[in-house]
Write a protein that binds this ligand. Structure first.
Ligand SMILES: [Cu+2]
Length: 146
């Protein structure tokens, strides 16, 4: 299994959780804590047809009760939820998944691998400091909901 999410230890990434389903998903990341940046509606039909995010409204900041450090964020349908994640502590393989048990059992359980700096420096492809999770989210959503 290839692991698309390979953040570098002691770096911070912005992840975009693109929800193509019709359900809200509480997305949980192991190991780390993160903050919710914003949520922004997009055209899901356009995404399915052209694989590109076309926003249909302004970004909305998180609810007052969602400020601060989180290990779980609500990803609503038809919304791009952006989270900012410092990868600190330990290198190694961890998982991120939906907290709804049936979803977790239905492929909404994905690995990510935190790379130590020494390993990352010899990688052929540089790890971007900020990237979307289009690939991961697309397969999570599509396969889980088919
Ligand atoms: Cu779910």
């Amino acid at each position: 299994m290839t692991i698309p999410e390979k953040p570098l230890l002691n770096t911070t990434e912005t992840w975009e959780l693109i929800n193509l389903t019709e359900d809200s998903h509480p997305i949980h990341l192991h190991l780390v804590r993160f903050q919710i940046l914003d949520r922004r509606p997009f055209d899901t039909f356009n995404y399915f047809s052209s694989n590109a995010v076309r926003y249909t409204g302004p970004a909305v900041p998180p609810d007052p009760g969602e400020l601060g450090w989180k290990d779980t964020a609500r990803a609503d349908p038809g919304i791009v939820t952006r989270i900012i994640v410092p990868f600190q502590g330990y290198a190694g393989r961890y998982v991120w998944h939906c907290h709804i048990l049936e979803h977790e059992d239905n492929e909404m359980m994905r690995p990510f691998e935190v790379l130590p700096a020494a390993v990352a420096s010899i990688q052929k492809h540089p790890v971007l400091s900020s990237h979307g999770l289009l690939h991961a989210q697309t397969s999570v959503s599509a396969s889980a909901m088919r």
